[in-house]
Design a protein around this ligand. Structure first.
Ligand SMILES: [Fe+2]
Length: 278
């Protein structure tokens, strides 16, 4: 008997909007199974919804970034706050990957395979960090969190090229820079499991940024745009923060940053240091 086919976009939308943690992870597992069994068809939906609020549990409470507890690992509270913020990023990253599939329905099949794979790894990350938090006496949702990652996702829902440039290649790429110093700090306080988890996260996130690079370039090529110039234009138009070093050049190179982009980052890092020297 041939199993019935499902429409990928409908199933992904249901998982994206699901707010119950257990059910969401179960739905994602089903998506991955259905993918490996080739049970999907790809029928663009009549209407693609904008999503100001994707499925997430009622807690954590979302607050302004300034209202968050300082994440200094020297105190137990700071250590928990750091781990909690990582759990929140990983949870959000599941939704980011699902939204990249649901929203952009005219991409090659390899694009959906890439992003579904990312969603699966993010769920694995989230569960590892959540379990570690639990052993430390804290549940995901016990502390407040901020919604910056989703806001940028929402603001880039009109164009896959802008989305790839800003979400994986800017916000998630920042994770590559800040994770090694976090690993050092956790090692210094003897959180060995935390160190182990962050190493796995760093390794996998290089792959996720590389997925962003791959599809960003694909779109530039399709539109006959210069990827370097276009990236600068997108940052100037849509990015509200600062691009700040220090940068993890080795990881960024592995994630597909070009020689020209690396040289540009080096010039920013130099400016930062020159400024600090004054
Ligand atoms: Fe992750």
């Amino acid at each position: 008997m041939v199993a019935a086919k499902h429409n990928l976009f409908e199933q992904v939308y249901a998982c994206l909007m699901c707010s119950d943690l257990t059910e969401k992870i179960q739905r994602l597992d089903n998506l991955l199974d259905d993918w490996s069994e080739r049970r999907f068809e790809f029928i663009p939906l009549q209407k693609v919804e904008r999503i100001p609020d994707p499925g997430r549990p009622s807690k954590p409470e979302l607050v302004a970034p300034k209202a968050l507890i300082r994440r200094r690992v020297g105190s137990r509270e700071g250590h928990l706050a750091l781990m909690h913020s990582i759990a929140h990023i990983e949870f959000n990253a599941i939704n980011l990957a699902l939204d990249a599939i649901y929203r952009f329905q005219q991409m090659p099949i390899a694009y959906y395979q890439d992003w579904l794979g990312v969603a699966g790894e993010e769920a694995y990350h989230f569960q590892m960090v959540r379990e570690h938090l639990y052993h430390m006496g804290c549940e995901y949702g016990d502390m407040p969190a901020h919604n910056g990652l989703w806001l940028t996702t929402y603001e880039t829902d009109h164009d896959v090229m802008v989305r790839m440039a800003l979400v994986p290649r800017t916000l998630e790429a920042r994770g590559l820079d800040v994770t090694p110093p976090m690993i050092k700090r956790l090692r210094a306080i003897g959180d060995h499991r935390g160190v182990e988890i962050l190493k796995i996260l760093l390794r996998d996130e290089i792959g996720h940024v590389a997925v962003g690079t791959r599809w960003y370039r694909y779109e530039c090529e399709r539109r006959q745009l210069n990827p370097f110039d276009e990236f600068q234009r997108i940052l100037n138009t849509y990015f509200h923060g600062d691009i700040r070093g220090p940068f993890n050049y080795a990881a960024r190179e592995q994630a597909g940053f070009s020689e020209q982009e690396i040289a540009w980052l080096k010039s920013i890092e130099k400016q930062t240091f020159d400024f600090n020297d004054d």
